[in-house]
Every structure is written in structure tokens, then in C-alpha cells.
Design a protein. Sequence first.
Lengths: 112, 113
Amino acid sequence: GESVGLHLPTLSVQEGDNSIINCAYSNSASDYFIWYKQESGKGPQFIIDIRSNMDKRQGQRVTVLLNKTVKHLSLQIAATQPGDSAVYFCAENGGGNTPLVFGKGTRLSVIA
Amino acid sequence: DAGITQSPRHKVTETGTPVTLRCHQTENHRYMYWYRQDPGHGLRLIHYSYGVKDTDKGEVSDGYSVSRSKTEDFLLTLESATSSQTSVYFCAISVEGDNQPQHFGDGTRLSIL
């Protein structure tokens, strides 16, 4: 729970604004990416995924953008709500049949 | 929810004692994983399983062993717990090993004194 949040970069946004959370991935061979949300005291929750043959994918209030040229992934949350407050982190598959590698995460804090 | 149950949810024990954590799934997924989560490190893979009796090491496997005798259960054992193994442990499952999302349990908070 709270121990997960130590030492993490924090993004603070006003309720109703859009949020953009960024992730730089390391392995150019990675061809599958996932965003997770983790609330205090809970396990990571799958939000959305994207494969490398796409550069954009939309879900409910969320959009993931993939820029393979600069190895960058972003998660956009529309009309951010207090319930969106959590730690968000990305994961990449490293290419091929290898386990996922997780980023360290960003804490999103929504100001009411 | 993904049908994953971790037990116990919290445990406090002493250095040198054996500890076993259990992950139980009701999804009949082939792959199961054990991670630890520590401040400043994010999620790190300990061991994973790609079928009954088929397991492999992850990034931080030293001091841990696993067993999977049934599809639905994946056990993580600390043979002789050390204070450095104090952490939050998460189990995850996936249908296949790559290009599939993993779904996580709610974790076990383990403190070793």
C-alpha cells in the first residue's frame, strides 16, 4: 500500500482535467505493452494494452500512445476523477516469450 | 476480479523460520507468477510457472523456491526467511506467457523480524 508510493514521481491534476502519464521503455525488441493501476493496499489492475503494430489504442476514458522511434509510451486519462488517484506503471514484454518487465511507476494525485 | 486468492494476506515471522505463501486461481490459466514489490524497485519477478510441475527462475529467485502440483495452486516458499525478504508479495496469472496481460492478486504483506 503506502510503501509502494515512496520515491515515486508524482503528477497532480485538478478533477475534470486530462492526465498524461509517461513511460520510457528500454528494450527496442519489446512488442507488447501494458498499463496498470495500483491503489493503496491492492494488487495492480490491468487498464489497457497495445501491440507494436499500433501507435494508439482507446478504452473507456483512457488512451495509450506508443512511439517506437523514441521508445515512449503514454497513458492519457480523460476527465480525471478522484477515483483515478493511484500509482500507474507500464510494462513491456522484452520481445519474444519473456516475462513482463515493469516500470517503477508514477503516482497520480487528483485534486478535488 | 481475476479469481486469484492469496493467503495469508499478512504475516509476521522471525528470521530463520520457513514461510509458505499460497496463490490459488479459479481461471484455469496456464501461467502463474510470483513477484515482490519494494519501494524504489517496482515489481520484480521471483519465479514463474508455465504449467503443472514446470517452473523457471525470475530476476530475484535466490532464497525462494516454488511448487505447482495443480493448475490452480502456486506456492512460494522461503526456506529460511531473512529480513531482506520483508516485502509485499504478489501472485499473477495469464492465459499465455507473452503478449497477454497478467492479472494480479491483492498481495501478501510479509514482515520478517
